[in-house]
Ligand binder design. Structure first.
Ligand SMILES: [Ca+2]
Ligand SMILES: [Ca+2]
Ligand SMILES: [Ca+2]
Ligand SMILES: [Ca+2]
Length: 614
């Protein structure tokens, strides 16, 4: 039985890929993606960590960073009311907190969420006229087991299957200055419990969750593919987009949930009719795998998206009306299609779902595009930027003015799960993408990194480190850039060094829930070096044959690690454990012998489980 108690980090939550299979540490084998699989029966207490993080540091010394709010439980998204005045959402509690000048309020609403895997309270947006109407929009996964309000409010669950089929939803609430009151539901979307996973385990991932208003007052909502395989994954012979199969899309809705008549497929959907036809009418973009980043460029008004690949190709996209991102036929730059196919063919986990393994991919990019679903008026849109091996890109935010100084003017900021780095890329003057003029590495708009989580050709665009797993990035009304970290349980703010960050940010770790040891279980702990050395501490642990082993892996380092056995112990896999986080697995010790374990992210980093005769 595989059990995990991920620390603060459901970093894991930010799953990029599939991959439950154990990967071997080699340069050609990408490490597994971070995935959270909370144990059935696990404590209802929020995950937390006892390992303080070193905290964030800016590599651009003209900038400083400081804590804007701390003591949060897995913050996922931010929305600003005014200077120093914002809402923050929490993934696993379903709570929204109001923060004023660093003071975190009691919950202003407490939803009953299902937070298994990547589910939970994931997105927030304020209506453009929030100041007058108080409308707040939330994207969340319901449990339908709450204590009040028809199950909408109260206690949460991480049980994989305690939720309705359409468990992901967007609702509108009204802010009265103290509380958020439910007003209406806008849409209910698929929340899949995949039973065709390539790794043979239950999944609750690819929920996406970011929501954002366009400059015309329409609300964009993104949901990942839920590992479904249907027409909207560019498999035209499969199921039409009924409610069960409306996945991997950006939707565009009016502020009351009705469908704008100027949506790109409004007429197409009307002609199609029925449930699928109405769903088609809501679509702005299809062919999306999964995303943790959606933002409007403040000057052009364009919709930007970050997209997560499996073992190959994370993307940054600009999605016009009627766009098709290409998944599953194509991800990454079309001219690099052969690498997409080869990396996924070489990966042990296929492509998330057994129904479409990578050997079914087209022979080349032209054939891939010919195979795609064509809705009248649609167009395949290639990414404006891509990483060859996923960094597990998350949020994206823009700084288009001078409030952070010249070095940050007209830049895009991006977070990741796997690199512990905050990226800052220069924007093209016309807003059409990034500007890498004169850069031999990124001039091709591709980071040719060498493995998952490798910073690669983006090294000089790393503006800060130590932020952990970044979820929200917002250039706020006070001119500072706010960054939420799901792993640190904190919101940081970045600004000019002479104004921000006089004192180094305080660690924000909170007390871990106590876990009573079982009388029949042997507890062992393996950590990592707290400094820059890539090693396990201790490098060797001993148990007796046949013992029920409860192994806790504590990542005390500033970079992501994992602890992976190479069989026959399959409990610990290549799941990425973020800095400051822990993972606990349980297994029965095999026969006497030495069982090596490794970190698949760092070739050469290994240790040994010694099993003595019982
Ligand atoms: Ca709750
Ligand atoms: Ca794409
Ligand atoms: Ca794969
Ligand atoms: Ca390149």
């Amino acid at each position: 039985m595989r059990m995990k108690y991920l620390g603060v980090l459901v970093a894991a939550m930010l799953v990029v890929g599939a991959c439950g299979a154990t990967n071997q540490p080699s340069s050609s084998s990408a490490p597994g993606s971070p995935t959270v699989a909370p144990a059935p029966g696990a404590s209802d207490q929020p995950p937390s960590s006892t390992e303080p993080s070193a905290g964030p540091v800016m590599t651009d010394t003209s900038l400083g960073v400081e804590v804007a709010a701390s003591g949060l439980t897995e913050p996922t998204a931010l929305a600003f009311i005014g200077a120093g005045d914002f809402f923050v959402t929490e993934k696993s509690t379903g709570q929204v907190h109001h923060v004023i000048d660093g003071q975190v309020s009691e919950p202003v609403v407490d939803l009953a969420v299902n937070f298994f895997d990547e589910r939970g309270l994931l997105g927030i947006a304020l209506h453009p006229d929030f100041a007058s109407n108080g409308f707040v929009y939330l994207y969340w996964t319901e449990s339908a087991k709450g204590e009040s309000g028809d199950g909408m409010f109260g206690a949460d669950t991480d049980d994989a299957k305690t939720l309705p089929d359409l468990g992901n939803r967007v609702d509108r609430f009204i802010w009265d200055g103290t509380k958020l009151s439910w007003d209406r539901n806008l849409v209910k979307l698929r929340s899949n419990t995949l039973d065709t996973d390539t790794s043979g385990r239950i999944r609750g991932n690819h929920d996406a969750g970011p929501i954002v208003f366009g400059q015309d007052g329409k609300l964009f909502i993104i949901i990942g593919d839920q590992n479904q395989r249907s027409q909207l994954q560019n498999l035209p012979d499969l199921a039409a987009p009924d409610d069960k199969n409306l996945t991997g899309v950006v939707l565009r809705l009016n502020d009351d949930g009705s469908i704008p008549e100027d949506n790109p497929f409004f007429t197409v959907g009307a002609a199609l009719g029925g449930e699928a036809g109405e769903n088609v009418q809501m679509i702005w973009t299809y062919g999306v795998r999964n995303s943790f980043g959606l933002a409007i460029h403040p000057v052009t008004g364009d919709l930007w998206e970050t997209e997560n690949g499996d073992d190959s190709w994370d993307e940054v996209n600009i999605f016009p009306a009627g766009s098709n991102s290409g998944w599953i036929q194509l991800i990454g730059p079309p001219e690099r299609f052969a690498e997409f196919k080869q990396i996924e063919m070489d990966s042990e986990d296929g492509m998330d779902n057994k129904d479409f393994p990578p050997d079914k991919l087209a022979a080349d990019a032209n054939e891939a595009q010919q195979r795609m679903l064509v809705l009248e008026g649609s167009a395949y849109v290639p990414p404006v930027f891509a990483w060859k091996h996923p960094v597990a890109v998350t949020s994206i935010g823009f700084v288009t003015d001078e409030t952070l100084g010249a070095s940050s003017s007209n830049t895009a900021w991006l977070g990741t799960v796997l690199t512990d780095s905050l990226y800052r890329y220069p924007l093209a003057a016309d807003g059409s993408g990034f500007d890498f003029a004169g850069d031999t590495g990124l001039g091709d708009r591709v980071d040719d990194n060498t493995e998952k989580g490798d910073v690669g050709e983006s090294a000089k665009y790393v503006v800060g480190t130590g932020f952990g797993v970044v979820t929200g990035i917002v250039h706020a009304p006070d001119g500072l850039l706010y960054v939420s970290s799901i792993s640190a349980g904190a919101v940081y703010r970045i600004g000019p060094a002479d104004a921000v960050g006089g004192a180094s940010p305080a660690p924000t770790a909170s007390e871990a829930p106590s876990e009573a040891p079982s009388g029949t279980t042997v507890e062992v702990t393996v950590g990592t070096d707290t400094g820059a050395e890539l090693k396990f501490d201790p490098g060797e642990v001993t148990v007796q044959a046949g013992a029920n082993v409860r192994l806790t892996f504590e990542n005390r380092a500033a970079v992501p690690h994992n602890l992976t056995f190479q069989g026959p112990i399959t409990a610990a896999t290549s799941t990425v454990v973020a800095p400051g986080a822990t993972e606990t697995v349980e297994f029965k010790a095999p026969g006497p012998g030495e069982y090596p374990f490794v970190c698949t992210l760092h070739p050469g980093m290994g240790g040994t489980l010694v099993v003595g005769a019982g």
